[in-house]
Design a protein around this ligand. Structure first.
Ligand code: S3P
Length: 469
């Protein structure tokens, strides 16, 4: 692939005082022009959530875990570096196979440098959990976006194990975590629907004696539970009146695994949505994981009348997988997205809101407060940019409504701020593929955190998305 099309994200560039805060160096302004006839096959990269977990659990197993299909986005590369800093050996073969020589549960060594997790909330929260019950101290930081995000949701339950945390005001990074030398097992009900919090507690529970129990009232992505079982931990999930009760037996010896990371449904969302709104399009997005805790967007799009079909449905590595075929769908209708579906499509609301602009009628999204504490406040970021492009949006603390214009009636023409948020940048670029005037984003650099081949992949389908300047 053309190197020019591979966005580069440099997490370590220091902004000078007075310049806009940016964790990734020079902004990359981008523009999307109206396009048609997207066609071909979109081979999206590996799943980000599963990639982080493969590296972390590989580092906690004894022996060599081999991973293929790992997402080589900056978020995951930062987690790989962190695992090296805690003592695991992490290498990449020329063919893209990754090898992790783990140090065993409780075997993390103390890093001699600050751990920089860049833009990644998943990276920092899961790693904090993984080291929280080791007798070591580590200091974590991130970029301007990550350093604004709440960490108390993780450090509060970690304190129950005996872990200490000192960070900035409101529980923000940079933050130092002092691991518990004699950890206690924990029973914890997760107060917000968050797979990151659930996973942090489970990873901490690995090195506590006895049973650690995590209860979640709403089902969130279950990759940690599935992968822990694969690595040989004893873990059960029971659905009760209290919610999903997940019980983990502490201090197992994790056995190294061979992992083939499925492709990311959250990345597939962008070419799929682009095809639905661009005239004459018909694309195939193969091998997409359709784990029910992740596939909410596709169900929602089908309810809106999208011509989106699952082909070659099968099971792979215990996960449902299919090839997605998405075709231009000029008669989309706005719907009310069931709020209980929120967790299974939490990262997809930004791009759904772009598609909703092309639907007839209102798309109502409720129970989505968590969107306000992602890489950016995603309701605010999308509402502001959609309005600037001629679309009416109403919003409250945990809901928003997009008033669709119907195909052919979206004005476009505005420049949107991406707020160091990959999904905001990609969502506005998708919006611009069918608007009457082009849509710009101020900085496409963050796209490389999760989807480093986005530009090339979209160009190969026929989408007119370019860098400016
Ligand atoms: C993730 C969980 C979600 C999601 C994030 C990835 C994970 O965050 O938004 O992109 O891999 O566990 P929350 O746990 O904050 O909902």
């Amino acid at each position: 692939m053309d190197a020019r099309r591979c966005l580069r994200y440099q997490a370590f560039d220091l902004p000078t005082k007075g310049t806009p805060m940016s964790g990734h160096g020079t902004p990359i302004p981008m523009i999307a022009h109206r396009s048609s006839g997207l066609s071909g096959t979109a081979d999206v990269p590996g799943d980000k959530s599963i990639s982080h977990r493969a590296l972390i659990l590989g580092a906690m197993a004894v022996g060599e875990t081999v991973v293929s299909g790992l997402l080589e986005g900056q978020d995951v590369l930062d987690t790989a570096k962190a695992m090296q800093a805690f003592g695991a050996e992490v290498t990449r073969d020329e063919d893209g196979t990754w090898r992790i020589h783990g140090v065993g549960v409780g075997g993390f060594g103390e890093p001699d440098q600050v751990i920089d997790c860049g833009n990644s909330g998943t990276g920092v929260r899961l790693i904090m959990g993984a080291m929280a019950t080791c007798p070591i101290t580590a200091t974590f930081t991130g970029d301007a976006s990550l350093n604004k995000r709440p960490m108390a949701r993780v450090t509060d339950p970690l304190a129950l194990f005996g872990t200490q945390a000192v960070g900035r005001s409101a529980g923000r990074l940079p933050m130092t975590i002092v691991g518990a030398a004699e950890p206690l097992p924990v029973r914890y009900t997760v107060p917000v629907p968050s797979a990151q919090v659930k996973s942090a507690v489970l990873l901490a529970g690995l090195n506590a004696p006895g049973q650690t129990i995590v209860i979640e009232q709403e089902a969130t992505r279950d990759h940690t539970e599935r992968m822990l079982e694969g690595f040989g931990a004893t873990i059960t999930t029971e659905v009760t009146d209290e919610g999903r009760v997940i019980t983990l037996q502490g201090q197992p010896e994790l056995r190294p695994q061979t992992i083939d990371v499925p492709r990311d449904p959250s990345s597939a969302a962008f070419p799929v949505c682009a095809a639905l709104i661009t005239e004459g399009s018909d694309i195939l997005v193969p091998n997409i994981g359709l784990n029910p805790t992740r596939a909410g967007l596709f169900t929602t799009l089908r309810e809106m009348g999208a011509d989106l079909t699952y082909e070659n449905e099968r099971q792979e590595g215990g996960e449902p997988v299919a090839d997605l075929r998405a075709r231009f769908s000029p008669n989309l209708k706005g719907i009310e997205v069931p709020h209980e579906r929120a967790a299974s499509m939490i990262d997809e609301y930004p791009v759904l809101s772009a598609v909703a602009a092309y639907a007839e009628g209102q798309t109502v999204m409720r129970g989505v407060k968590e969107l306000r504490v992602k890489e950016s406040d995603r309701i605010e970021a999308m509402a502001t940019g959609l309005r600037a492009n001629g679309i009416e949006v109403e919003e409250g603390e945990d809901w928003w409504i997009v008033h669709g214009k119907g195909f052919g009636n979206v004005a476009g023409g505005a420049t949107c701020a991406s707020h160091l948020d990959h999904r905001i940048a990609m969502s506005f670029l998708v919006l611009g593929l069918a608007s009457n005037a082009p849509v710009r984003v101020d900085d496409g650099g963050p796209i490389a955190t999760s989807f480093p081949i986005f530009e090339g992949l979209m160009a190969d389908l026929g989408a007119d998305i370019r860098r400016e300047g």
